[in-house]
Design a protein around this ligand. Structure first.
Ligand SMILES: Nc1ncnc2c1ncn2[C@@H]1O[C@H](COP(=O)(O)OP(=O)(O)O)[C@@H](O)[C@H]1O
Ligand SMILES: [Mg+2]
Length: 205
C-alpha cells in the first residue's frame, strides 16, 4: 500500500530524476526534435514540487489531477498536454483514495496511457512515448499484481526494450516525423522520459 504522503515523496523523486536526466533528454530531442524535451519536463516537475505543499494532504486522485494541470500549463510542447492529460486521467481513477495498491497502480497507468492516446492519436510503432508505455503496461499486466516488485521490474524492462525499439523505426507523429527516415537510429525522447519516471517509481518501491 502506498499512501498520499508517499505519492508526494515519489513526485519529488521523479522531479529529481528528471532534473538529473534533463540534459540527456534534451540531447535526444536535439537529434530528432527541437532540443527542449528535458528542459520542458524539468521545468514542469520543478513547478509540481513547488506547488505540492498545497495539495499534499489531499487524496491521491486530487494530487495526480493537480500534477496534470501543472504539467499542462508549464511543460509546453507536445509532451506537456500529453503528460498532463495522462496525470489528470490517472487521478480520475483513484478519486478519494488516500491509499493505493498494485491493482490501483495498474489502473492509474492504464488510464494515463489512455489519456495520451486520446490526446495524441498515436498508436504503437510511431516512435513516441507510447512505444515505452504500452509494452510496459502489457508486461505489468502479464506479471500480475501478486508480486509488486516483479511487476514493476517487468514494466521497467519492457519500457527499456520499447526505447530500444524506437531507435529502429521512423517517426510518424510529432516533430520527429518531419525527419522521416532520418529519425531512424535515434531513440525517442518521450519514450525515454517515461522510462525514467517508471524506473524512479520501481526504485522507490
Ligand atoms: N501524438 C503523440 N502521441 C504520443 N506522444 C507524442 C506525440 N507527439 C509527440 N509525442 C512525444 O513527445 C515527445 C516530444 O516532446 P517535446 O520535445 O517536449 O515536445 P515538442 O515535440 O513539441 O518539442 C516525443 O519524443 C514523443 O515521445
Ligand atoms: Mg521538443
Amino acid at each position: 500500500m502506498t499512501n498520499n504522503a508517499k505519492v508526494v515523496e515519489l513526485l519529488k523523486q521523479i522531479s529529481d530524476k528528471i532534473d538529473e536526466n534533463a540534459q540527456f533528454l534534451t540531447e535526444l530531442d536535439a537529434a530528432i526534435g527541437d532540443s527542449d524535451h528535458g528542459i520542458n519536463m524539468a521545468r514542469g516537475f520543478k513547478k509540481v514540487v513547488e506547488d505540492l505543499p498545497g495539495v499534499a494532504e489531499q487524496d491521491i486522485g486530487a494530487i495526480l489531477k493537480k500534477v496534470g494541470m501543472i504539467l499542462v500549463s508549464t511543460v509546453g510542447g507536445a509532451s506537456g498536454p500529453l503528460y498532463g492529460t495522462a496525470f489528470m486521467k490517472a487521478g480520475g481513477v483513484v478519486s478519494g483514495k488516500m491509499e493505493i495498491n498494485a491493482d490501483d497502480f495498474l489502473e492509474i497507468l492504464e488510464a494515463g496511457i489512455g489519456g495520451v492516446q486520446m490526446r495524441g492519436k498515436a498508436e504503437k510503432g510511431e516512435k513516441t512515448m507510447l512505444d515505452a508505455m504500452l509494452p510496459a503496461l502489457d508486461a505489468m499486466k502479464a506479471a500480475g499484481t501478486a508480486d509488486t516488485r516483479a511487476m514493476l521490474d517487468a514494466g521497467v524492462a519492457a519500457a527499456k526494450e520499447g526505447v530500444e525499439y524506437t531507435k529502429t523505426i521512423i517517426a510518424t507523429k510529432g516533430r520527429a516525423s518531419y525527419l522521416g527516415e532520418r529519425s531512424i537510429g535515434h531513440q525517442d525522447p518521450g519514450a525515454t522520459s517515461f522510462t525514467v519516471i517508471l524506473e524512479t517509481i520501481a526504485e522507490a518501491y
